[in-house]
Design a binder for this molecule. Structure first.
Ligand code: GLN
Length: 291
């Protein structure tokens, strides 16, 4: 993308650039619309190719017409409540830059707990791990980056989501992730997994929080039975896919842990326990297949 940032002269020195908005002007326009400073800086940085520190240092530089038009559109979208990650098309997870589109849930920092726990439970030796409903591929790719010796199967029922995961796998060059289409455990090619992980949809259909998540795919967020339908379906079919002693790790809503633990115990899982996220909410529950 061409831009005027490289022109060294003062504003107005070259042609009609004096008419162009400046970096500072665009940031002011964002503030006037009630857009958080950080979001505006990240957007401008992504579109201009300038780092955030440079935005501050070169606040009085004119921004070329194409870039400023794109920033305008981006600010409109932000003001309308669209998440920044869909506008820039990227989101960082486990320090990996991931491509995201509206076909996938935007990876959340809380989900890093699932990755962290799996890394702590399993040895750094060849293992078979599944990530059910991988979306952008976040969980599977983070594990693959940390553990090149693991074979990781990542599944999704959405072909569009699998395409995004494939782009991310390619960009990050993580060949030890195998992508499979299908519904939860039915998408797995075999059994004997050391661990099965999932961040499935778990929000109840009538949850007020959904109002703020309208830009993300509903199928990745909402589940029947008060948000338990997919959690229970995965748990019910995972036992047969785990090796004896294998681990099931599920992300869930902040109030769902007690009922989920009870269901996992009733299904015959052992050492069932929940882990808290950074906000102190029970966010992940682990359960093991009996040995
Ligand atoms: N944790 C996400 C949220 O509450 C939801 C993710 C999910 O449903 N799996 O925004």
């Amino acid at each position: 993308m061409s831009n005027d940032f490289s022109s060294a002269g003062p504003p107005g020195a070259a042609g009609n650039v004096a008419d162009h908005p400046t970096v500072a002007g665009l940031l002011d326009a964002a503030r006037a619309r009630g857009i958080a400073r950080l979001d505006a800086e990240v957007l401008l940085s992504a579109l201009s190719g300038l780092g955030r520190a440079q935005l501050i240092a070169f606040g009085e530089r004119p921004v070329d017409a194409l870039t400023s038009a794109m920033v305008e559109v981006g600010l409109e979208r932000l003001a309308a409540g669209e998440p920044l990650a869909y506008i820039t098309g990227t989101k960082e997870f486990w320090s990996l830059p991931l491509v995201v589109t509206r076909d996938v849930l935007i990876p959340r920092p809380d989900t890093e707990l699932l990755v962290e726990r799996c890394l702590a439970l399993l040895p750094d030796a060849p293992q078979q791990v599944a990530d059910l409903g991988t979306g952008s591929g976040a969980i599977a790719l983070a594990l693959a980056r940390e553990r090149p010796a693991w074979r990781i199967v990542a599944t999704d029922a959405s072909p569009a989501a699998l395409e995004v995961a494939a782009v991310n796998r390619q960009r990050l060059n993580l060949g030890n992730v195998e992508l499979r289409a299908g519904h939860w455990c039915a998408a797995l090619p075999d059994s004997g997994f050391d661990a099965i992980l999932s961040n499935p949809p778990y929000i109840a259909e009538d949850d007020a929080a959904l109002a703020g998540l309208g830009h993300e795919p509903r199928g990745a967020l909402v589940a029947g039975e008060q948000g338990f339908a997919d959690l229970l379906q995965i748990a019910g079919s995972a036992r047969a896919r785990l090796r004896p002693g294998g681990a099931l790790l599920l992300e869930h809503g902040s109030t769902q842990a007690p009922r989920l633990r009870e269901a996992l115990v009733a299904m015959g899982f052992v050492r069932v326990a929940s882990l808290r996220d950074l906000a102190g909410h029970e966010r992940v529950t682990e359960a093991f297949s009996p040995t």
